[in-house]
Design a protein around this ligand. Sequence first.
Ligand code: B12
Length: 351
Amino acid sequence: MSNPAVPSLVELVQKLSAEVGLELRAILPAAELDGDVIERFDTWLEAGFAGEMNYLNRAREVGADLRQWKAWTKSVALFALPYRRPPGGFRGGGRVASYALGSDYHNVIGRKLKKLSRRLQKEGVCEATRPTVDAAPVLEREWAIAGEVGWRGKNTLLIHPNHGPMVMLGELLLDCELPRWSQPKTRNATCGSCTACIDACPTSAFNAEYQLDARKCISYFTIEVTNKPIPLEFRAKMQDWVFGCDECSTICPFGDEESDFDADWGRHPALQQLSLEDLLATYEQDFHKLFTGSPIRRAGWEGMLRNACVVLGNLKKGEKALKNALDHESKLVREHADWAIHRHAQLDAMR
Ligand code: B12
């Protein structure tokens, strides 16, 4: 039954979104973010919290107005796909952030957004469109907050009232003017006095509520920095996180712990197949083949082998594989294997 409070054009976008497996969360005009967002972004960049993620400067240039990126944009449709599922990782240990356990979200969401674009074009709703997921100069969380998809969590993540922080964001830029619209909420909430995410961070990466020093975040140094050593002070604190980290997401009281979106994202076969010891023995070419279609490729072969050494060190496992890696062609891997062997001795001494 149609809802008379929702303009029919929005209903059409909702319907077409649902047909491609997306739930429309909000629609905003192309220039909607308030000035404070950009000021805070500048402060954050100037403090050096972005580390080596120079690509964020481009998002700064686009700023509050998406027309700075795609001049024809008039509206933006916002999406948030839940991804919570039982934890997982490499066979025998080595945890991988939940969002990366299956198919690459860029592809999963990107494909759905492309399908939606074609349907909108066919219905004559718009002509030019641009799907975006993560890898574009779009401040995705700020748009989602402005569209009331959820609220800004103290862990800096967008928290959806029902799904919590474990949602991946995606947007569709459109060259047509659509009415501003937000999905009605079934509950109103905020973080209140809760600081569970800040307290749970293994590397104390939050300088303050709502403020992350990315350089200290496990996700940053295991994924974004692919060719440099992991700072010594963080290696033991990484525990068994070999790619990304979910600690500030899973501790959040919002979102249903029982949620299981495994079927939507799948499990990547390489993770079923490989142990960290196997990973350490892979050649570069094989690594890229094995992880085709997985976000894990982003960390690169050398980066992932480096991470694997640290985790094997922390888990006190894989002594033989680590010893072999002392002769690895990569200096980075050799150095981390050496650290891991010393870590085993250190853990023995602590017993
Ligand atoms: C760079 C980046 C990272 C970096 C930096 C993270 C960060 N917090 O900025 C690293 C590599 C560390 C990272 C890690 C992760 N990421 Co990331 N990442 C991004 C990316 C590409 C840009 C984010 C960005 O603009 N950061 C810049 C800073 C300035 O933003 P900010 O921290 O929100 O800062 C604002 C606030 O802090 C606020 N602020 C500052 N001080 C104060 C004070 C007060 C009082 C208030 C109210 C506000 C406030 O103002 C700042 C400017 O707006 C986005 C995709 C995109 N294109 O947007 C994905 C994205 C944010 N990442 C995502 C995910 C899933 C993750 C991880 C959970 C992955 C994992 N499991 O390992 C972790 C979570 C770590 C965390 N708590 O942020 C999702 C988040 C979805 C969601 N629910 O929010 C995104 C949106 C990708 C997507 N398409 O879904 N990520």
